[in-house]
Design a protein around this ligand. Structure first.
Ligand SMILES: C[S@@+](CC[C@H](N)C(=O)[O-])C[C@H]1O[C@@H](n2cnc3c(N)ncnc32)[C@H](O)[C@@H]1O
Length: 226
């Protein structure tokens, strides 16, 4: 049977791209609801071990000390699963005030993790504040304008490009720093937003899960001088 979260869908796909939709969705959800749009956080844990093992800058930002920003956290369990597995230096942001208030309340017993209402297109952080910036399904929600996916709407292109520009701005410019994007979007539809970023190298791989639909992990890693 579909969950409440699954029933709480917009009338058209474009609804996913609006702030109003998300506020209303979270307002209608029962307290304590957790919903991951795809890829369970537990399934992702070995990937986070790998992603954070190469932050080599003199012990700073390394392994479980990695300073992580999640973009468009919603009420995903990613933050809590990471926290409970040792990554406590996490800031989660979403432009829905309602979901941020819900998540603050829910995670009161995980005091080192922060929840902030913020637009991912205009980050209120200084330059070079994070080691790892994560998008799981958020850019996907911004790519909902009707039309030809091979030639996306100019507004969508601008928005997704701006998201990546902001993510790079707040990344520490040192070896191991990364923007990581988990998505169902195949490379020919998504790499355009991340490629040709001076000082960064783009790679991607299909990450399963083995029994289902193909999901991808894109990694835009700092490759400039330390
Ligand atoms: C498809 S959900 C993904 C939620 C979660 N990351 C997951 O894996 O299930 C997209 C989330 O991004 C948020 N969002 C969309 N556009 C945003 C923006 N410009 N700034 C901040 N959050 C945004 C929405 O409020 C929603 O919580």
């Amino acid at each position: 049977m579909p969950s409440n979260a699954e029933l709480n869908l917009p009338p058209t796909n474009e609804g996913y791209g609006t702030h109003e939709y998300w506020e209303q969705r979270y307002a209608n959800e029962a307290d304590g609801t957790t919903f991951d749009w795809f890829l369970s956080p537990t399934y992702l844990l070995p990937l986070f071990e790998e992603l954070t093992s190469s932050n080599l800058d003199k012990g700073k930002g390394k392994g479980k000390e990695t300073r992580i920003l999640t973009l468009g956290c919603g009420n995903s369990a990613l933050g809590e699963v990471l926290y409970d597995n040792g990554w406590e230096n996490i800031v989660n942001i979403d432009y829905s005030k309602i979901v941020i208030d819900q998540m603050k309340e829910r995670h009161i017993s995980r005091p080192k993790m922060e929840w902030l209402e913020m637009d991912i297109l205009d980050l209120n952080f200084q330059d070079e504040d994070f080691d790892l910036v994560v998008d799981k399904g958020t850019m996907d929600a911004m790519l909902t304008t009707k039309g030809d996916p091979w030639n996306p709407d100019e507004k969508d292109v601008r928005t997704c490009t701006q998201e990546v520009t902001e993510a790079i701005r707040v990344l520490r410019k040192r070896p191991g720093s990364k923007f990581v994007y988990f998505t169902f979007g195949q490379p020919h539809f998504r790499k355009r937003y991340m490629e040709n970023r001076p000082g960064f190298k783009l790679s991607w791989k299909e990450i399963g899960p083995p029994e289902g639909f193909a999901y991808f992990m894109y990694i835009l890693e700092y490759a400039g001088d330390a």
